[in-house]
Design a protein around this ligand. Structure first.
Ligand code: ARG
Length: 462
C-alpha cells in the first residue's frame, strides 16, 4: 500500500508539483465546511459499518476506524482539532487525522466512496437539521405574535391599501397576517425535506461502485428515505440547495415587509407604535433621535439572501453534470443565508416583544379618511334594495358632501344624509362606528373580534 505521508496531500503520489500558492490559499474550503464535521463523522461511521456488514472490510478495521472517528469528534468538540488548509476541506482533514490516530488502516475508510458523494451526504444532513432549527425559530416568533395579538383583539386601527386609509381593522388581525406568512414559510421548509430525503452516499465519484455495498442500510441509518436513483445526477444535483435558498429568501422577504411596516408605523408621521429603548439606537449628532435600526437591519438583509439564491442559480447555469469545483461555493452561500435568516428571525422576535401600540393614535387615524364608506354602501345594499354599484354611487355623494363640509362621516346628521338619500333613517348612523364596522366582517378570515379569537385559539392549540 502506498504510504500516506502526513503533511502531504492525499494525491501527492500522483501530482508531483505543489499547487499554485495562491490557489492553495484561496481554493481550500476548510474555514467554511468545518461546520460539517458532525455529519461527516456520522456518515463515515455508518459507511464503515456498512462496509463491514457487506464483508468489504474486517471487524477489526471497522472498529479501529470508528474509534478514531469518535476520538476526532471529541477533539473537535474540545477545540483541540488542528484544521489544516493544506488538506482543503473537512473531509480530508478528518481523514488525515484518522491516519495519525490509527495508522495505515485509516486508508480503508474511503473504500467505495468519493468526496463527491460524501460532501452531498453531509450537506443534505446539515440542511435537514438547519431546516428544523429555522422552523423552531419560526414557532417562537409565532408564539410572540399570538401573545401580542391576544392583547390587541379590540385595538382598532386603519387597514391600508396603497398606504391610504381603506377599512377599519383589528390590530390583532393585522398581526395575525404575519402568522400566516410564517406558517407558509414553515410549510415551504418542510416541503424541502422531500428533496433532502434521498441518500447520495454510495454513488461514489459519478458512476457508482464495483463493491457490493448496501445503500439501503446507509439510507436507513442516516435518516434518509431512499437512495438516489442516478449516480451522475446525484453528484451534480444541487436542487436541494436552491430549494433551501429560495425558502430562506421568501422568509426573509416576509421579514423585510413586516419590518418596513413597523418602521412606517413607528415614524413620526404615523406614530402608531412606539419601540422600546431596547430596540432602537441613537444618533451621533442628533441627541433626540431614537432610530429603528434593528428593523432597518432586517429589512435590508433580504438583499443578501436574494443575492445568495442568485449566486447559486448562476453557479449552476450551464455547468455540465457530475462534480466540478464550482460547486464548492454552495456551502458558504447556504451557511451565510442560514445564519442571516436566523438572526433576522430572532431580531424581529425581540422587536415584537418590545413595542407598544399607540391605541389612541390608531383609533384617531382610523376615524379619518372616510374609512366607513364601504360599510355605508353595504348597508344600502342590505337595507334599501340597491345594487352594490348604485349604493357605491350614493356613498360617493355622501363622501363628497362630507369632504366639502370638512366633516367626518360620523359627524353628518340624518337630515344631511337624507338630502342625498331620502330613504335613510337614524339606523344608518351605526355603520359609522368603527367597532361595528370591524365586527361586521364576520366572513371566514375576516377581521371580526370573534373570528380573531377563534383563529388565535386555533394557532395556540397547534
Ligand atoms: N470540498 C469539495 C466541495 O465541497 C469536496 C468535493 C471534492 N471533490 C472533488 N472531486 N474535488 O466541493
Amino acid at each position: 500500500m502506498t504510504k500516506n505521508k502526513n503533511n502531504q496531500a492525499i494525491w501527492s503520489t500522483r501530482i508531483k508539483k505543489n499547487a499554485s500558492t495562491l490557489f492553495k490559499k484561496v481554493g481550500n474550503s476548510i474555514d467554511v465546511d468545518k461546520k460539517l464535521y458532525k455529519e461527516d463523522i456520522e456518515g463515515s461511521i455508518v459507511h464503515v459499518e456498512m462496509l463491514f456488514r457487506q464483508k468489504i472490510i474486517s471487524f477489526k478495521i471497522k472498529n479501529k476506524i470508528i474509534y478514531g472517528l469518535n476520538k476526532i469528534e471529541k477533539e473537535i468538540l474540545k477545540n483541540k482539532f488542528e484544521y489544516n488548509k493544506k488538506y482543503e476541506d473537512i473531509h480530508m482533514n478528518i481523514e488525515k487525522r484518522l491516519f495519525q490516530i490509527i495508522g495505515e488502516e485509516a486508508g480503508y475508510v474511503h473504500t467505495a466512496r468519493s468526496r463527491n458523494d460524501q460532501v452531498i451526504t453531509d450537506f443534505k444532513m446539515w440542511i435537514r437539521s438547519a431546516t428544523k432549527e429555522i422552523n423552531k425559530n419560526l414557532d417562537n416568533i409565532t408564539k410572540t405574535i399570538l401573545n401580542v395579538s391576544e392583547k390587541n383583539i379590540e385595538t382598532i386601527m386603519p387597514g391600508f391599501t396603497h398606504l391610504k386609509n381603506a377599512q377599519a381593522v383589528s390590530f390583532a388581525h393585522y398581526l395575525m397576517a404575519y402568522v400566516e406568512m410564517f406558517n407558509r414559510d414553515k410549510q415551504r421548509f418542510s416541503n424541502n425535506t422531500e428533496s433532502l430525503s434521498e441518500n447520495p452516499l454510495g454513488v461514489a465519484a459519478l458512476t457508482g461502485t464495483s463493491f457490493n455495498i448496501d445503500r439501503n442500510f446507509t439510507t436507513k441509518k442516516l435518516g434518509f428515505k431512499k437512495p438516489t436513483n442516478n449516480s451522475i445526477d446525484t453528484v451534480a444535483d444541487r436542487d436541494f440547495v436552491l430549494d433551501f435558498l429560495y425558502s430562506v429568501s421568501v422568509c426573509s422577504m416576509h421579514i423585510s415587509r413586516i419590518a418596513e411596516e413597523l418602521i412606517i408605523w413607528n415614524s413620526d408621521g404615523f406614530n402608531l407604535i412606539t419601540l422600546s429603548d431596547k430596540v432602537v439606537t441613537g444618533s451621533s449628532i442628533m441627541p433626540q433621535k431614537k432610530n429603528p435600526d434593528l428593523l432597518e437591519f432586517i429589512r435590508g438583509k433580504v438583499g443578501s439572501t436574494y443575492g445568495n439564491l442568485f449566486s447559486m442559480l448562476t453557479i449552476l447555469k450551464g455547468l455540465p453534470i457530475s462534480y466540478f469545483k464550482d460547486l464548492q461555493d454552495d456551502k458558504e452561500i447556504v451557511f451565510k443565508s442560514n445564519e442571516t435568516l436566523n438572526n433576522c428571525i430572532s431580531i424581529l422576535n425581540e422587536v415584537l416583544k418590545n413595542f407598544t401600540p399607540n391605541k389612541q393614535k390608531m383609533l384617531a387615524l382610523a376615524n379619518s379618511g372616510y374609512i366607513t364608506a364601504t360599510d355605508l354602501a353595504d348597508y344600502l345594499v342590505k337595507n334599501h334594495a340597491m345594487s352594490f354599484r348604485k349604493a357605491y354611487e350614493v356613498t360617493t355623494s355622501v363622501v363628497n358632501y362630507a369632504e366639502k363640509k370638512k366633516k367626518k362621516l360620523s359627524e353628518l346628521s340624518i337630515d344631511e344624509l337624507n338630502k342625498i338619500e331620502p330613504k335613510l333613517t337614524n339606523d344608518v348612523l351605526k355603520v359609522f362606528d368603527l367597532k361595528n364596522s370591524v365586527n361586521s366582517k364576520k366572513s371566514y378570515g375576516g377581521t371580526s373580534f370573534d373570528n380573531i379569537k377563534k383563529m388565535i385559539m386555533k394557532y395556540k392549540k397547534t
